[in-house]
Design a protein around this ligand. Structure first.
Ligand code: 4NP
Length: 165
């Protein structure tokens, strides 16, 4: 079986992308694919380098059994486009920032997380983005978790054929 490496990317690397990382880590274990899907996260900004995830993100994730406390913020770098097969962004601004970091022939490694939500899942009306919850209330963090759970399930389903190819 092959291996795929994934880096989830948001702005700060303290809310959305660590949540996606924590969700994906558990789902790949449950799918018995932990040795074949390698997972990391990063931010396009530099404000939160070295910091643990936002307390609200940790709390919301913890209530669903995801442990984010050991994660630390880091900033995306050009070398990440060598290390990872897919860089999965939370919103369109992250995509723009990622395109500025990589070489033109690496742009096809960039995806939006919400692309992986099955079309039949109408909960977010076909939304392209996982909205930044940083300046909002607790419900924003719940929506981030709901979106990450749905999209990461879809992502694993999308990756399975590549792992077996
Ligand atoms: P994230 O959320 O991109 O999901 O980690 C944010 C965290 C911090 C800031 C913005 C978004 N900030 O402006 O510091």
């Amino acid at each position: 079986m092959k291996t795929v490496s994934i880096c989830f990317v948001c702005l700060g690397n303290i809310c959305r992308s660590p949540t996606a990382e924590g969700v994906m880590r558990r789902l790949v274990v449950e799918a018995k694919l932990a040795e074949h899907i390698l997972i990391d996260s990063a931010g396009t900004g530099d404000w939160h380098i070295g910091q643990p995830p936002d307390e609200r993100a940790q709390h919301a994730a913890g209530q669903r059994g995801y442990e984010l406390a050991a994660l630390r913020g880091r900033q995306i770098a050009a070398v990440d486009f060598e290390r990872f097969d897919l860089l999965i962004a939370m919103d369109d601004k992250n995509v723009v920032a990622l395109r500025q970091v990589c070489a033109p022939d690496q742009r096809d490694k960039i995806r939006l997380l919400m692309e992986f939500v099955p079309e039949a899942d109408a909960r977010w009306g076909g939304a392209r983005e996982v909205v930044d919850p940083y300046f909002g209330g607790a419900e924003g963090f719940e929506q981030v978790l709901d979106q990450c759970e749905a999209a990461c399930r879809g992502l694993i389903a999308a990756l399975r054929p590549h792992l077996q190819a």
